[in-house]
Design a protein around this ligand. Structure first.
Ligand code: FUB
Ligand code: ZN
Length: 671
């Protein structure tokens, strides 16, 4: 990962998002972690660490008896925090990760915006975590408080390795941002403990994480410390997964989840077959994205061709058969999972914010493995649409589920749609998404840019400044993404490569219909896999301008996506657009776009939505009249057939649901 210290995002649009994280999300989440938000589900994350610390202190006292694991549920239901037992664990088995993700988000925020008070608060939280860690290095407050006798007996569901993964991601980020190595030491001690108990050697458990993330986190730990054993452990997890006999069935003896066919048993965990034999994205979408990200990391670092090929197939399976136009993945709330190819229901979509974030992780790693614009296209799609939709424009509420069509009444009255919320929520009992959004937005620079020997890749266009050692060379670069002209993105590049030649590779986005490059006439330039490689000595004071044509586009879906037959989606640049009731009236089912309407008929309007600058598209449309007086079914004659012309006001999808509860729709019939 490129060092975020070298990158400053100056882009107005993205800076606003990063500022929301700094000024709203991080402080709010700290209150939530401490159970101080009236009316919000208590987190108990800090409570649990305090209880674990107290237990460790008591363990030195005479007569101490360690807790013994009874029949503890996956979620210990929260009570009134006032009445909580100070020695008891509360929340989900993975509750610790909420604090780790917060620390990671803080690390990125401190990189951009030093803040001594915030750093002191995070340092204190880290000290608490270190004090809660067991003397043997183990760290998961659910087991510490409920009974260590069952440590690593339910890798499938109980998330100990998932907690380790988030701890490690936070530790690496915090160390990189602040130089404070305390959490890194904690993560390394836990990594060593895991290594002693899980692995190929006789006497160790031959298991792997039920919820992946440790794979990519161990790679990060390896990159932060240079210690090969972490890379080896990550590789072990990847190589062991899905081998026969299946570890989860054999060692944990808990049978296969009921909703799967026998040959698919454990596909929920991507453990139905060895990873190199997997060619279809299956199971829990977040888990899948995290696994594939780890696979891509290992494939890149080891050059393992079979693993690279599996990554390519899985990426294609996700993005060519199972991804929504918004970059959302996971079509069903049952198991928060993928279903079958081209099954992409709009109003039942699960499309968890974390899963879209996971797709960004996977795509970024594919780009590091082999830069191809199709990976960046998917990453951009997910980021600009599904990920941003996960957070309100004021940063104060969040979506877990990001549907493409909402009829509020149905979400209230139909249990099948109970997971779809027409308004964002302040917090969640299972609060995985908000802090994940915070850490994603905080580390944007690492998605916009990657480096390889001698080359700086520009994947996403956002104004930024880059200085330091990039791709092994001293560089100073300023990118200005000028989006004033709605039909053209102008990317101005000023660079100083200090007397040496440097390649800068610019992505030509999938949405761009033609481009020009001016001001780099002295350069060697060649296009490959969707990137324009420009090699030259970049001199201070010179400017190159890349103009990307950015027309409005009407998009249709593969006809196998039955939900979208006869419909179009409207996009502009990376943004997917939607209609909302607030702008277009009730009963969005009655509006359509007439056949023959062209994208060039669309006009633009600059406005604000919830205080944020917004570009509205005005699309010529039509509306059918209501027919409510001819019985439930009636003869298909002229009634209801005549339509009235209307102008559809379309807003960027990520801005929906910021003006109260209302209907929303991305795909619009074309009649
Ligand atoms: O299991 C941990 C997290 O909680 C998952 O990634 C999310 O899907 C939610 O279930
Ligand atoms: Zn989530």
């Amino acid at each position: 990962m490129i060092d975020l210290k070298n990158i400053r995002i100056t882009d107005e649009f993205w800076q606003a998002e990063q500022e929301l994280v700094r000024t709203e999300v991080i402080p709010y989440q700290w209150e939530a972690l401490n159970d101080r938000v009236p009316g919000a589900s208590p987190s108990y994350a800090i409570h649990n660490f305090r209880a674990a610390k107290a237990l460790r202190e008591r363990s030195h006292m005479p007569g101490f008896r360690a807790p013994v694991f009874g029949n503890v549920p996956f979620q210990v239901l929260p009570e009134d925090p006032e009445k909580a037992d100070p020695d008891k664990f509360y929340g989900f088995v993975f509750q610790d990760t909420d604090l780790y993700k917060w620390i990671e988000a803080v690390a990125y925020s401190l990189t951009r915006h030093p803040d001594a008070r915030l750093q002191a608060t995070a340092d204190e939280a880290i000290r608490l975590i270190a004090d809660a860690q067991a003397e043997d290095g183990y760290l998961d407050t659910y087991y510490i408080l409920n009974g260590r006798d069952k440590t690593f007996t339910n890798l499938k569901d109980h998330h100990e390795l998932y907690c380790f993964g988030h701890l490690t991601e936070a530790a690496a980020a915090y160390h990189r941002a602040t130089g404070n190595a305390e959490l890194l030491r904690v993560a390394e001690r836990f990594a060593k403990y895991i290594d002693q108990h899980i692995g190929a050697a006789e006497g160790k458990k031959h298991g792997y994480p039920g919820h992946e993330i440790a794979e990519m986190a161990l790679v990060r730990l390896y990159e932060e410390t240079g210690k090969e054993e972490y890379l080896a452990l990550s590789r072990y997890f990847i190589d062991e997964r899905g081998k026969k006999p299946n570890y989860f069935a054999e060692a944990e003896g808990q049978g296969s989840p009921g909703f799967e066919r026998p040959e698919e048993a454990f596909s929920y965990y991507q453990a139905h077959k060895p990873v190199r034999e997997q060619d279809e994205a299956k199971g829990h979408a977040v888990r899948a994205m995290y696994l594939y990200s780890g696979m891509a990391d290992i494939a890149r670092l080891t050059g393992d061709e079979s693993l690279k090929e599996a990554c390519r197939k899985l990426f294609r399976s996700v993005t060519r058969e199972k991804m929504y136009i918004t970059g959302g993945v996971g079509s069903t709330h049952i198991g928060e999972a993928f279903t079958f190819p081209f099954d992409l229901p709009n109003d039942l979509a699960y499309t968890e914010s974390c899963a879209a974030i996971g797709l960004c992780f996977f795509a970024r790693r594919m780009l590091q493995m082999e830069p191809k614009a199709e990976y960046a296209d998917a990453m951009e799609r997910a980021l600009y649409n599904n990920v941003l939709s996960g957070i309100a424009l004021d940063g104060k509420s969040f979506y877990y589920v990001n549907p493409l069509e909402v009829w509020p009444e149905a979400t209230h009255r139909d249990a099948r749609k109970g997971h779809v919320k027409p308004v964002r929520q302040k917090w969640f009992g299972c609060a995985c998404c908000p802090p994940n959004i915070a850490r994603m937005l905080g580390s944007l620079g690492a998605y916009a840019y990657t480096e390889d020997t001698g080359t700086l890749y520009v994947h996403l266009y956002m104004s930024s400044e880059i200085t330091g050692d990039i791709g092994g060379q001293a560089v100073s670069l300023r990118v200005t993404a000028d989006r004033e002209d709605p039909e053209k993105w102008r990317i101005r590049v000023q660079a100083d490569t200090k007397g040496k030649e440097q390649t800068i590779a610019f992505r030509i986005p999938g949405w761009c219909k033609g481009y020009t490059l001016r001001g780099a006439e002295t350069a060697e330039a060649a296009e490959k896999d969707g990137y324009l490689y420009v090699r030259k000595e970049w001199k201070d004071g010179e400017e190159a301008v890349l103009e990307l044509n950015c027309p409005v586009r009407f998009i249709r879906a593969d006809t196998r996506v039955r939900e979208d037959s006869g419909k179009i989606a409207v996009t502009h640049g990376p943004f997917v657009y939607c209609i909302e009731e607030t702008d277009n009236g009730k009963d969005l089912n009655l509006v359509s776009i007439a056949r023959g309407t062209r994208p060039t008929d669309v006009t633009f309007e600059k406005t604000t939505i919830a205080g944020r600058p917004a570009e509205v598209l005005l699309v010529p449309g039509q509306r059918e009249p209501e027919v409510t007086d001819r019985g439930l079914y009636f003869e298909a004659d002229s009634a209801g057939a005549e339509t009235a012309p209307v102008t559809l006001r379309m807003i960027p999808y990520f801005m929906w649901a910021n003006r109260g509860e209302n209907e929303m729709q991305v795909w619009i019939p074309q009649r």
